[in-house]
Each structure stands twice: as C-alpha cells, then as structure tokens.
Design a protein around this ligand. Structure first.
Ligand code: FAD
Ligand code: NAP
Length: 570
C-alpha cells in the first residue's frame, strides 16, 4: 500500500523526501506522485533548474543538442517546447525547467531556499530523519538524493583568496542579477568547460581580460547555430524512436539524422546535419565499437584530416586513440597543429597547446571562438606554469612576474564532482555509520543507485553509474524510473526496506574500476574530476561507470527482474 506511512496531520512526515530540484528532483517528484506517495522536495536555490539555475555565467549553454538534452517522459511537452538553438543557452534551459514545474504543478511540493544538512536512518523505525539549515526536521521512509554531480562549486585554496576587494564570482554560483562587465578589467582563473565558454563572451564585453591558465585544454568547435524548422519538425515527427535509441545508446544520443529524417544505423550523427559534436555528452568518449583501422594505420595527411574532421569523435572512429597512448599522442600532436592555425602569436599558441596528458582523459570541452579570442588585443594569457600564481591581493592577482589589477575576478574552477554535494550532508546509515567515513577512500555504491548500510536511500546519477559520461537527462530518467518501480514493488509486496548487500556493492565497485581500465580516463598522466584529482585531498578513484547507458540500463533492469538481485528486501 503506497503512502501508508504518512501520518495525517503531521506535516513533516512524508513517504519520500527528495533533495534537489534540478532535472532529477523534478522528474522524481512527478513520478512518485503518480504512484501515490506523499513527497517533499528540498532545494537550496530559490527556484527549480539546478545546474541551469546556478550557472548563469556569460556564455553558459549546454554543449549537446537540445532536441536530445530534454525530457522524454511526456509527448505533449516534447511537441510543444521550442528550442531556439542547436545547443541552447542557459536562460532557455532554465525557462524549460520552470515550464516543466508549472506544467506539472510541481512547485507546491518544493521548499526552496532550504539546504539539507543531515539525513539519519533510524534502525528502530526504518525511517529517515532529514534536517535542514532552517532547523526543521522531516521524517520520510525514502530519502532520495537528487543533489547533482556538478552542484558543489570548488573554490580553490589560493593564498589571499578572500582578500580581493573587487567583485569575485564563481561560474557555478553566478548572481541572478546581470553582471555588467563593460569597461571592466576582468580575470578568469580556469580553462575547463565553464572557462572556455565564458572567456570569449567576457572578452567581447570587458575592457581587458586576463586568462589565468594552469592546464591548457583540448577543445573542439561546438558548431552551434540557430535551429531550423526542418530539423525541429524531423525530430518531433520521430521523437518516439529517437528517445528509444537514446535509451539504448552508448552515451544517451540517438544517432538521428534530421536531414534524412530517419534513424541512421550508426550511433554517430551525420556531420552534415551537425546537431552538435558527435556523441557528445558529459563525455562523448565512451568505449567505441571495434573498428578495423587504427589512427596509426593512416598516413600523416589522412590522420590530419581525421582529427580535423572528427574532432573528439576520433575515438569512435579509431579505437587505438582510445586505448593506445602512441595513437593518442599522434592525435594530440595533430591537434596542436590546429592551434597554430588559429592563434597568431606563436608564444601564446605554444602556451595554449595541451601537452602531457591524453585527449579523452577529461570531460570533452566544446567552444565557440575560444582560440580566436586570444588574437584580440584586449586579451592576455597568463600561463601559470611559466608565471606561477603567488597570491590573490586586494587589487587583483599577483604572479611571479608582477601584479595584475582587476575589477572582477571569475573563478571558473569547477566542482567537487559526484560526491561533493552528498558528502556535504551528514548522512548516517545503520548504527549511525557516516557516509563521509565509508567513502573516505572513494565512493562505494551498488549500481550508483544505492549504498550498503543505508536502506531506502537512493542516489540519482550517483557515482558508479554512467551519469556524467552521458547525456545526463537520459541517465536521470532511467534512474528515476528504476527507483519509482522499485518503491512501487516494495509497496505492492508490503516490504518496508531495500538495502544493497555488501557483496553486490563490492562486485559493482570492481566492475566500475574494471570498465575504466586501459582507457584514457585512467591513464597515469590523467588528472580529471572524474578521478577526484581536482580537489585537494580527495581520493583518486574513477567514479563513473564507462560501460555505456544502454548496457547499464539492461543491467539495472535485469537486477529488478531478478527480484532485485544484490539487494536485501525486508
Ligand atoms: P543539478 O542540476 O545539479 O541539481 C541539483 C540540485 O540539488 C541543485 O539545485 C542544488 O542546489 C540542490 N542541492 C544540492 N545539495 C543540496 C542540499 N544539501 N540541500 C538542498 N538542495 C541541494 N550535462 C549534459 O548532459 N549536457 C550538457 O550540455 C551539460 N552541460 C552542463 C553545463 C554546466 C555549466 C554544468 C555545471 C553541468 C552541465 N551538465 C550537462 C551536467 C548537468 O549537471 C546535468 O545535465 C543535469 O542538469 C543535472 O541535473 P540534476 O538534477 O541531477 O542536478
Ligand atoms: P573543470 O573542468 O574542473 O575546470 C576547472 C578549471 O579551473 C581547470 O582549468 C583547472 O585547472 C582550473 N583550476 C582549478 N583550480 C585552480 C587553481 N588553484 N589555480 C589555477 N587554476 C585552477 O570545471 P568546469 O569548467 O566548471 O567544468 C566542470 C564540468 O561541468 C565539465 O567538465 C562539464 O561536465 C560540466 N560543464 C559543461 C558545460 C557544457 O558546455 N555543457 C559547461 C560547463 C561545465 P587544472 O586543469 O590544472 O586543474
């Protein structure tokens, strides 16, 4: 009997509490309502949207096709929503999240401006007690973490960080009011996806921009442009099949070719149709199908053409780039030539060239006019390897070569990814054990969905799932549907709790590690946020599951069909 645990009159008792109102939290609320649960969502921000609520920096947009980076659960929603660009800008994605909240009347169950600080499982009652920073206490049978993989901003511990007297901003916590950068001297620290998107837009507005670069980035043109009516119509006419293909793909992309208005047999979209970078997602380089020819089998001209034509999709085309360091380095060398072709000043070009780590070890970055920006007279690149950052001062940034005076300092320094938001909450499982302690040497999960010792706790797109290696909305919907079915199964069978077994969790940990072995993700020279390497003191463990969303979905479905194999149901 669904919903039996809600006690009438006690407004703080729920069947489920969901933490976070991004795309995951919104869809989970909708689904749990459908199966009759009494649900509360707690969200730290003042509105829905998650990533797209917080990341309002200039140039912020998705870098995967919007026609695919959207919910699939409602046909009318699919048909009525209009995206303006192939990769839509942040305000539009936020407007979409708001539209979904309105359309499905979700806001009435969401409490905003409230941060969950603790969640404790009570062995005696089999319920979770959830505490917020408003000193409220909620009780729920299920606690569902929709806290996001990239929601906890990383402000690095740079000497003098808080001393700056000008305006200091983090891309992941950008103000809601527009920030006027006209005529301002701006500094940006960081050249990952956020920095690369923001830098060209800031440069066009600021009087001068200093880019403080620690690690040069491999970035490929996003090829973004307005969406034309034919492409939209083709997608909308074929959405059912597009979505089905996404669900069973490697990285959550359908391979739909809108020009031919047909689903192509290949998983890589037609380059002519250019619906964004091939197989792009929060990393497009999931393990490719075996190809007969490797990059090293081509002559130099053919290799050059391959890198220029396919960009990061050389991984899909030539397996050796993905697994053989020599082939990877050959691709990187050709990539560096592309930098020389664009950047006019040879010293700046040299400084911008990524070296010493493989293409494909980090989340792929896509840009619009990134390298071209360094040809502008009002942009200065500061290579922190040659000219180390000493400290942040009241007036700007001091490097070994001197002081750079700034009005605005932008930290594009990323996130404590995958585990950061979860570990900021004091989560206590059976016997008071702490998730922070259990994960001190890296996260342990069963399927990225559940943790042994923490009954009735679910993590949407948690570590150990494909999540950030995919079109994340596809992964979110899969997790939410699985969790909803699981809860409905418990209720239908009058079961109270579900908990991962230690054996199943250990097996899954091993499988996650095994899948990443021998790929560029775990190359010895790779230091990515997938590995936790961007956060001081964080254990280096490769966190997402590389096996692909289609395969992963099948594993999860099989587990459920097999009576929730690897879980104890009580
Ligand atoms: P989020 O959107 O991160 O939402 C989590 C919410 O939980 C947040 O609103 C947060 O405030 C809230 N929260 C966290 N902890 C607490 C707490 N303790 N108490 C209360 N509330 C809490 N993915 C793609 O597939 N394609 C893209 O192009 C893409 N672009 C991206 C661009 C940027 C700038 C970033 C940062 C990420 C991007 N991603 C992209 C990944 C993106 O995070 C996901 O696609 C998706 O939006 C995640 O949704 P979510 O609901 O899981 O998490
Ligand atoms: P990121 O990829 O982690 O990049 C952070 C940048 O800050 C890196 O260049 C890093 O240099 C630099 N940095 C960190 N600490 C520093 C320090 N102490 N001194 C100097 N430099 C420092 O973070 P992000 O750019 O915010 O992107 C995070 C993820 O969010 C992406 O990988 C992607 O998944 C998602 N995202 C997606 C989009 C999109 O277009 N769809 C846009 C933005 C973000 P090092 O490399 O040397 O550490």
């Amino acid at each position: 009997m669904v919903g039996r645990t809600a006690e009438a009159g006690r407004l703080t008792d729920y069947d489920a509490v969901i933490v976070g109102a991004g795309f995951a939290g919104l869809y989970q609320l909708l689904r749990l309502r459908e199966v009759g649960l009494r649900v509360k969502v707690i969200e730290a921000g003042t509105d829905v949207g998650g990533t797209w609520y917080w990341n309002r920096y200039p140039g912020a947009r998705c870098d995967v096709p919007s026609m695919e980076y959207s919910y699939s659960f409602d046909e009318d929603l699919e048909q009525e929503w209009e995206w303006s660009e192939v990769m839509s800008p942040q305000p539009e994605i936020l407007a979409y999240a708001r539209h979904v909240a309105e359309r499905f009347d979700l806001r009435r169950d969401i409490q905003f401006e409230t941060r969950v600080t603790a969640a404790r499982f009570d062995d005696a009652t089999d319920r979770w007690t959830i505490t917020t920073d408003r000193a409220e206490t909620l009780s729920a049978r299920f606690c569902i973490m929709a806290t996001g993989c990239l929601s906890m901003s990383n402000l690095p511990n740079i000497e003098g960080r808080d001393r700056f007297a000008g305006l200091a901003l983090h891309t992941g916590n950008w103000p809601k009011e527009p920030v006027d950068l006209r005529g301002k001297r701006v500094g940006v620290i960081g050249t990952g996806s956020s920095g690369v998107q923001a830098i060209p837009v800031i440069a066009a507005e600021a009087s001068h921009l200093h880019v403080f670069q620690r690690t040069p980035v491999y970035t490929f043109p996003a090829n973004n442009r307005p969406l034309n009516d034919e492409i939209v119509a083709a997608y909308k006419a074929n959405y059912a099949e597009v979505r089905e293909r996404q669900r069973h793909s490697v990285a959550g992309f359908s391979g739909f070719n809108p020009k031919k208005a047909a689903i192509t047999p290949t998983a890589v979209p037609d380059a002519a149709a250019k619906p964004g970078p091939p197989e792009s997602g929060d990393t497009p380089v999931a393990k490719p199908k075996r190809r007969s020819r490797g990059l090293l089998d081509l002559d130099l001209d053919e290799r050059r053409d391959a890198v220029a034509a396919h960009g990061p999709a050389v991984f899909q085309r030539y397996r050796d780039v993905y697994t053989d360091p020599a082939a990877n380095e050959a691709a990187c060398e050709l990539y560096r030539e592309l930098v020389d072709d664009i950047v006019e000043d040879p010293t700046v070009a040299e400084d911008l060239k990524p070296k010493g780590y493989p293409l494909g070890c980090k989340r792929q970055v896509y840009d619009t006019d990134y390298y071209e920006t360094f040809n502008r007279p009002n942009v200065t690149l500061v290579d922190l390897h040659r000219d180390p950052l000493l400290q942040i001062t009241e007036t700007g940034v001091q490097t070994e070569s001197g002081d750079v005076d700034l009005d605005v300092l932008v930290f594009a320094t990323g996130f404590d990814a995958m585990t950061g938001a979860l570990e900021r909450i004091d989560i206590r499982g059976r016997g008071g054990r702490a998730l922070r302690d259990d994960w001190s040497e890296g996260p342990h999960t069963y399927l990225g969905l559940a943790v042994e010792g923490y009954p009735n706790l679910f993590t949407i797109t948690g570590p150990g799932s494909p999540s950030v290696l995919s079109n994340v909305i596809v992964s979110i919907e899969q997790h939410v549907d699985w969790i909803t079915d699981c809860i409905a199964h418990l209720d239908a069978n009058e079961l109270t709790t579900i908990e991962a077994t230690a054996e199943a969790q250990a097996d899954w940990d091993e499988r996650v590690a095994e899948a990443a072995k021998g790929t560029m993700y775990t190359a010895p020279s790779c230091a990515s946020w997938y590995l936790g390497a961007n956060i001081e003191g964080k254990s280096r463990v490769f966190m997402p599951y590389v096996g692909g969303v289609g395969r992963y979905r099948k594993i999860c479905d099989d587990v459920a069909a097999d009576g929730y194999r690897g879980f104890t149901l009580a």
